[in-house]
Ligand binder design. Structure first.
Ligand code: ADP
Ligand code: MG
Length: 473
């Protein structure tokens, strides 16, 4: 908490010190990872951000930091791997922060209690509740199961196992269920974690030889929520530990909720005994929302952000942004950012133009075909390209989409980005959004890098051509 408070004070100074555009473009999301006796380490979204902040704004950030913490002599920037984790309450989203602070200056209000929108519970993000989850035919079952679990944790559906494609609301539902249970049963010990976090925790415990402490912690949980269990793939030891925890909790009627991104059934990366445990209770699927649900979600998100979208514009967006809810939200964020930067309100022609630029189709009838100069192929979405690259290089999709900078992941990732840009005509922004929310400049950098490599490396060029051949682009 103290770190977040300090970070807010530092950012408040920077907002008034820097140009608005610089602040919005270069800061994006930031955290304080460490405060030592002489230095502060900030966490940023990517290595690209880190280098930029250091090169362009080191002096201003240092000055603002020293204003807040006098003894600081130097500052560091590091990539914070937890920065995109919605349960990480120490992260500040600079777009919302900027909006908040400009509202505050406009109204010249004194300190308001608004900023206390911070989680009270344990690692669950308060933004998500079942009340702000829009129910449609494709997520009805998952939603109802969550509701039932909230009423009667540990009794009705245990474990509750939700699976579905990326960006369809699994994390939202899991965290909302955690939040609602916490509100209703104040004495229950609710823990939300992700497979990634659990693995890190487990590895650290093994290193420090205090695995007993970890066991004790998990033994005392009443509701255990684990998101993205596909990341447990090939982590046998961690799975073994989880298996024991699972049994212990299950036997004492403690509720377990799990989510997993959809992967082909043949990809059985989880240990069979753990997988079968997960499937003991109820398994529910979340599908892609239909037009009405997309429209309702868009309107709900706009309302939450206090942003007005004319009805015909909202309909137009809902008809054309069909892949997943995260993209829908992303388009909304783009509109809001544009409004904040230029004062442009969303009108139909402007939004049609914007969607075209972001390489969505602008067909009001809602067929999900891509922008005009996309080659005529059977490719339906970016997922096809990513699947194909993943298959070709023999690595999991998650690694391609993720942040790991090992060469074996970087090259396939750059190849996928390169193909999306050069063959599917996606914009750098949209590609960045698909790849863990990287910014435009980071994607441009990757694209250029691969382009250069292809000119020098015949083997790589052959590989890329093989991928192109196999999908006909
Ligand atoms: P997943 O975990 O399945 O990849 P998320 O839960 O992170 O997806 O959802 C992505 C974004 O879309 C979140 O901001 C979430 O609030 C929003 N979202 C998805 N489905 C819904 C829905 N039915 N109602 C409201 N918001 C939704
Ligand atoms: Mg998720």
């Amino acid at each position: 908490m103290e770190k977040q408070h300090r970070l807010k004070n530092i950012l408040t100074l920077l907002v008034s010190d820097l140009k608005k555009q610089d602040f919005l473009v270069y800061f994006r999301k930031i955290s304080i990872m460490d405060i030592s006796e002489t230095s502060v380490t900030f966490g940023v979204v990517s290595w690209f951000m880190r280098d930029n902040l250091k090169a362009k704004f080191y002096d201003q950030i240092l000055a603002a930091t020293q204003n807040e913490i006098e003894w600081v002599k130097e500052i560091f920037f590091e990539v914070d791997s937890e920065i995109e984790n919605p349960s990480n309450t120490g992260v500040i989203d600079c777009i919302s922060f900027h909006k908040e602070s400009s509202k505050k200056t406009k109204k010249i209000t004194a300190k308001s209690s608004l900023e206390t929108n911070v989680t009270k519970g344990k690692s669950v993000n308060n933004r998500y509740s079942l009340a702000n989850f829009i129910v449609g035919s494709d997520n009805q079952l998952a939603f109802s199961a969550c509701e039932a679990v909230c009423k009667n944790p540990g009794k009705s559906y245990n474990p509750l196992y939700i699976y579905g494609d990326v960006g369809l609301g699994k994390t939202h539902l899991l965290q909302a269920t955690g939040n609602d249970i916490m509100k209703k049963f104040k004495d229950k010990n609710v823990v939300y974690t992700t497979a990634d976090k659990f693995i890190t925790e487990y590895v650290a415990a093994v290193k420090k030889r205090n695995i007993e402490k970890l066991r004790l912690k998990y033994r005392e949980i009443d509701i255990l929520i684990i998101d993205d269990v596909q990341f447990f793939a090939k982590k046998e030891q961690t799975q073994n530990e989880l298996y024991n925890i699972f049994n212990l909790l299950y036997e004492s009627d403690k509720q377990i909720i799990i989510s997993r991104d959809r992967v082909p059934k043949e990809l059985t990366e989880l240990e069979p005994r753990l997988r079968s445990r997960f499937e003991w209770g109820i398994t529910v699927d979340i599908g892609k929302p239909d037009f009405e649900t997309r429209l309702a979600i868009l309107q709900e998100k706009a309302r939450e952000r206090e942003f007005m979208i004319p009805h015909e514009v909202a309909e137009f967006i809902a008809a054309n942004v069909t892949e997943n809810v995260r993209e829908l939200e992303w388009v909304l964020n783009q509109m809001i950012a544009e409004y904040e930067l230029t004062g442009n309100t969303p009108t139909l022609p402007r939004i049609a133009d914007k969607l075209k630029k972001l390489s969505f189709t602008t067909d009001i009838l809602g067929s999900s075909r891509h922008a005009a100069d996309t080659p005529k192929t059977t490719i339906r979405s970016y997922e096809d390209i990513i699947d194909c690259v993943s298959h070709h290089f023999g690595i999991e999709k998650e690694w391609i989409l993720g942040e790991n900078r090992k060469k074996e992941f970087m090259i396939p990732r750059q190849v996928a980005m390169y193909l999306l840009k050069s063959k599917m005509n996606y914009t750098y922004e949209r590609i960045g959004n698909i790849f863990s929310g990287r910014n435009h400049a980071a994607v441009l950098y990757s694209y250029n890098k691969l382009d250069k490599m292809l000119k020098k490396d015949q083997n790589l060029l052959n590989e890329v051509n093989m991928i192109r051949n196999s999908i006909g682009i």
